[in-house]
Design a protein around this ligand. Structure first.
Ligand SMILES: [Ca+2]
Length: 365
């Protein structure tokens, strides 16, 4: 995590330098000294170019070895650099080992989550099932994975269930170094870009993990882009984790309209938590809160949304028409009139709901 923080810092301070470094590295691939057979490259799916027909020995386009350059644009995601135990035990693998090699698939599923691709992907396996190389732990989960081969340079992965963590391993087809990017979106592929991971990945046994946990909206689209010249790429070990942790919700005795603390009604006690009806509303979540509202246990009324920390006044009046008046007096955001009890309802970005009562007694007769 320290290294990620450092990388973020570097990005913030010298993002232009990193972009230039990336472009230079990509350019190096492009200006690789001409091989003996200029129209031929080696790849995970076999020689590509004229040498394939001639039966000549292909060359490797790789020019960079060793340390891979990674950049993270990550205001709202936490990148996961390697498939460690916390990652593999905290996520669910979509197992593709049952798919026949050299068959095309528009999507994969584990019966819960379905991941749909822009175009059909070709099932292969390392090393003898139509894909030659991968990498080994700690960079990847294993070195003989079942993979899905995309001949396109870009591919959208659309998830049927928005998730807090999404990840996969990726390797370019041609034996060379290619800038590869995964953009993580919430709200669909035309929704909000929550963050990106870019790595220089070697097609010759240099597969890398592209995985992230969101700190904002749940991820339901990942756009993959691999630099031109890679003749496609393969992905493996597609994993996800749903947000199943409900949000926290609480009603605390709030301030009166003048902003003073916790007024007490005459003859307080007994019937409600807070006789005066002044409440401060709190909602939080491990990922993100989608909405905070008050609903009426005695009618269908639901308030407009609140922010965590807002102060409200609740009046319970069984004969009244439920509603709210905004703003309320002083610091009060809303004065709510309800037939029944006030129910604080907090919903997270994955749809998990927590409700708590903010009890007040009916006014004295
Ligand atoms: Ca949650």
């Amino acid at each position: 995590m320290v290294s990620i923080g450092t990388l973020w810092g570097i990005r913030n301070l010298t993002s232009a330098a990193i972009v230039i470094a990336l472009m230079a590295a990509v350019l190096m691939v492009g200006i690789n000294p001409a091989p003996a057979l200029a129209d031929c490259v080696d790849s995970n799916t076999g020689p590509i170019g004229e040498c394939a027909e001639a039966g000549a020995v292909p060359f490797s386009a790789g020019v960079v070895t060793g340390e891979q350059l990674s950049t993270f644009f990550a205001a709202a995601i936490t990148p996961i650099p390697q498939p460690n135990l916390a990652y593999t035990t905290g996520t669910t693998l979509i197992d593709i080992s049952g798919l026949t090699n050299f068959t095309l698939h528009p999507s994969i599923t584990d019966g819960t989550q379905t991941v749909t691709f822009t175009t059909t992907l070709d099932k292969r396996q390392v090393p003898g099932g139509g894909w030659a190389t991968w990498d080994s732990p700690p960079f990847t989960e294993g070195n003989t994975p079942h993979v899905l081969f995309s001949t396109a340079q870009t591919q959208d992965l659309t998830l049927s269930l928005p998730s807090k963590t999404v990840g996969f391993e990726l390797e370019p087809n041609v034996f060379g170094i290619f800038s590869s990017t995964a953009d993580f979106y919430s709200g669909g592929c035309a929704g909000t870009l929550e963050g990106s991971i870019t790595q220089l990945v070697d097609g010759n046994a240099g597969a890398r993990l592209f995985a992230a946990q969101t700190q904002a909206g749940p991820i339901n689209c990942v756009k993959i882009t691999v630099a031109p010249g890679s003749s496609g790429f393969a992905i493996a070990q597609v994993r996800y984790a749903l947000d199943r942790t409900p949000p926290k919700a609480s009603c605390e005795p709030g301030t009166n309209p003048a902003g003073k603390n916790d007024p007490n009604a005459p003859g307080k006690g007994g019937q409600g938590q807070n006789q005066d009806g002044f409440y401060q509303l709190f909602g939080s979540d491990d990922i993100a809160v989608a909405s905070i509202v008050i609903r009426d246990s005695g009618s269908p009324f639901v308030s407009l949304p609140f922010a965590s920390g807002d102060t409200v006044k609740v009046t319970q009046a069984p004969g009244a028409t439920p509603g709210e008046k905004r703003p309320g007096p002083g610091v009060i955001v809303s004065h709510l009139t309800l037939k029944g009890d006030a129910i604080l309802k907090v919903t997270d970005t994955s749809g998990n709901v927590t409700e708590v009562k903010c009890l007040v007694p009916p006014p004295p007769k």
